[in-house]
Write a protein that binds this ligand. Sequence first.
Ligand code: NAI
Ligand code: NA
Length: 396
Amino acid sequence: MIIEPRMRGFICLTAHPKGCEQNVKNQIKYVQSKGHIEGAKKVLVIGASTGFGLASRITSAFGADAATIGVFFEKPPLEGKTASPGWYNSAAFENEAHKAGLYAKSVNGDAFSNDVKRQTLDLIKADLGQVDLVIYSLASPVRLHPVTGVLHRSVLKPIGQTFTNKTVDFHTGNVSEVSIEPCTDEDIANTIAVMGGEDWAMWMEALKSENLLAEGATTVAYSYIGPSLTEAVYRKGTIGRAKDHLEATAFTITDSLKSVGGQAYVSVNKALVTQASSAIPVIPLYISLLYKIMKEEGIHEGCIEQIQRLYQDRLYADKPVPTDEKGRIRIDDWEMREDVQAKVAKLWLEATTESLSAIGDLPGYKNDFLNLFGFEFEGVDYKADANEMVGISSID
Ligand code: NAI
Ligand code: NA
């Protein structure tokens, strides 16, 4: 079977095993090119199969020689159906880690559940004893609450009033106006339940209560702020409320980790094309303009460049870890540079279907989007039969 991208709306239904493998190999090569990081040696990554979480797992393993346990929710391949990209990424990651003599095992299932937490704690207990870094990088539209049994669905909506602005269909390049109706109070509560800090705190509490956190253990979760252009739908919308909650939770977790001398951080990352961000209206147009400017300035980064810099220049640079006035690590510093934002704001006003190909980086957006599913990588023979039942070695 020759595997090609099959699009439906904001998602691609197929993924390419060889391309995902190439993606992982490219990220490993990048991390290795930046030299050794004196970082954590036993790392748990929750949300480890794609995006920032995958980049965190790769940076831990190939930057700091860490043993890693990755938790994620991915679909294995079925007869006549490809796996989800995170499955192929994780299979490739484990292969490369094992070849390099690094411990790597994975848990595939719902990280919000008691069962997956139990499995992960047991694995740490049996194989690593304790962990000294926990990366929390989940992006999910739903959470089945393990205590109440309620299924919460997150929404991406403005709060209080209808938001109208430009957006782009990145498949066609068509720029149009989109209006998003304001959310209900219930939507806010649900979005906080899914993307806020409660589950992060539950993980840390579970790890601590079973003595699985090493002295001085650190945990990091990822957040986003972004410009005023996207504020109504992002930072001041439902998802922003969840991020406020996540950021506040860092302080509660730090308090609860006092007994082990631990510390929780939120790192504010750059806007990037991931499966999660492609689904947010307005953001793809912002990203395509941002990419254009940041590439021109020579300061564009992908997930792996961001996380490698997070480790090398923030987490494992000279203590104390540099943070903003709200205690957050900022690796969105280049995105948020005043000159960069002024240029994006100007282009935003000019953006139309006709002008976008000249003023925005739609090809860069599309390329990154296809890359998420293992397509468009150099060095991969996409004409070859790729119908493989790829397994993840620690799972199968
Ligand atoms: P992603 O969609 O690439 O990765 C999500 C990860 O979570 C995957 O490993 C997936 O398997 C896992 N996952 C989802 N639901 C799960 C569940 N129920 N159980 C176990 N694993 C589950 O997303 P991305 O973009 O890397 O997001 C990670 C974090 O980074 C999120 O908190 C997001 O808000 C944040 N962030 C994203 C930015 C962006 O522009 N993409 C910018 C700044 C922060
Ligand atoms: Na992730």
